[in-house]
Design a protein around this ligand. Structure first.
Ligand code: MRU
Length: 350
């Protein structure tokens, strides 16, 4: 796959983190320059950068910015340096609740901050750069492993945006679709519009179009009819957090699609790097689910869709039970018919 075929979600300039502002896509391709951890936390909270692996990596660069900033302000890493950096890490950790990749990335850096003496800012940056390389390589490995499971002519339905915009490399589920397209395997690609934030209509459609992959956009309400007509072989999605028993939290609507898939004989593939697993949670019931503002439902690009003051419930993730999932594809291997034992076996390789 040609890496230049996609726009990276994140760019490190040497001095600052640049994020491709996903709120402005597809109309404008604009990178925001972020100079400190507070700006990174705000970019994650406000969804300028989104998607589980991408927000984990953005937070990791945010720690680099914090470490450098407080070294400059305090004249080194003495005194309250560690406290100040820890405060910035807490701010980053609180920016969004569901994607565990955020916490996985921060946990990977914490020993460097807590070491005596702490790692120098340039060593932290080197560690984050290695994390970036590892996640990029994980995307590539998952793309190949997932595509290898598709038969020629496979017709796939995907949900939300799981492409380069959401990750460090070619993407998770969309990476599988890119690799399958490169192998000439795809019979059809359907992308849901993904109400209410429209990650599918705005971002996945943009990425598929730029990659030259033929597809059709569908609204979530059409997916039952699509599957009933026998037009979907695989539902291919990403994940924001996977519990110890294999339950998967992903974009709201994934559960509905997985139930429909089971009803209509389509198979379900979840594609996620091992950083997305949270073995501390016994099942999906314990996964914190983000609820966002009612305005995401009641307005569109600032214009009212519903009468003013309409109350709305806007959970932005749901949990698909492991029993509805056929495969979880990771960079370390594939779990078939996921369950507690399968997850434990895979995580032993991490
Ligand atoms: O709210 P978002 O856009 O951050 O949600 C993203 C998703 O749910 C993706 O499907 C997920 O992060 C997995 S793939 C990168």
């Amino acid at each position: 796959m040609n890496a230049a075929a996609f726009e990276p979600a994140l760019r490190w300039t040497g001095e600052a983190l640049e994020v491709l502002d996903q709120r402005r896509l597809p109309a404008e391709t604009v990178y925001l320059r972020l100079d400190d951890a507070a700006a990174v936390a705000e970019a994650i909270r406000g969804m300028a950068v989104r998607g589980a692996p991408a927000i984990g990596l953005a937070a990791a660069y945010g720690v680099c910015l914090a470490a450098r900033h407080w070294s400059r302000v305090l004249g080194g890493q003495a005194g309250p340096w560690r406290t100040r950096v820890a405060e910035d890490m807490a701010r980053l950790a609180a920016s969004r609740p569901t994607a565990v990749n955020l916490h996985t990335a921060l946990a990977q850096l914490r020993p460097l901050i807590e070491a005596e003496p702490p790692a120098a800012p340039e060593d932290l940056l080197a560690a984050v750069s290695r994390m970036h390389d590892r996640l990029r390589e994980a995307d590539r490995a998952m793309a190949e492993a997932g595509a290898a499971r598709l038969a020629p002519g496979a017709r796939v339905l995907t949900h939300c945006n799981t492409g380069a915009l959401a990750s460090a490399g070619c993407g998770t589920a969309l990476g599988v679709i890119r690799a399958a397209h490169a192998r000439g395997l795809l019979g059809a690609v359907y992308a849901t519009e993904t109400r209410p934030w429209l990650q599918g209509a705005r971002l996945t459609a943009w990425e598929l179009g730029r990659a030259g992959i033929p597809f059709q956009l569908v609204c979530e309400g059409a997916c039952g009819a699509l599957m009933q007509q026998g037009r979907v072989d695989w539902l291919v999605v990403g994940a924001d957090r996977i519990a110890a028993n294999g339950d998967v939290a992903n974009k709201i609507g994934t559960y509905t699609l997985a139930v429909l898939a089971r009803r209509h004989g389509a198979r379900v593939m979840v594609v996620a790097p091992t950083d997305t697993f949270d073995p501390t949670l016994d099942s999906g019931a314990a996964i914190p689910i983000e609820t966002r503002a009612a305005e995401e439902l009641t307005t569109l690009a600032g214009r009212p869709l519903a009468p003013p003051g309409t109350p709305a419930w806007n959970p932005v993730f749901d949990v698909t039970p492991a029993e509805l999932i056929d495969l979880i594809v990771t960079e370390k291997g594939v779990i078939e018919q996921p369950d507690r034992a399968g997850v434990a076996r895979l995580l032993a390789l991490r």
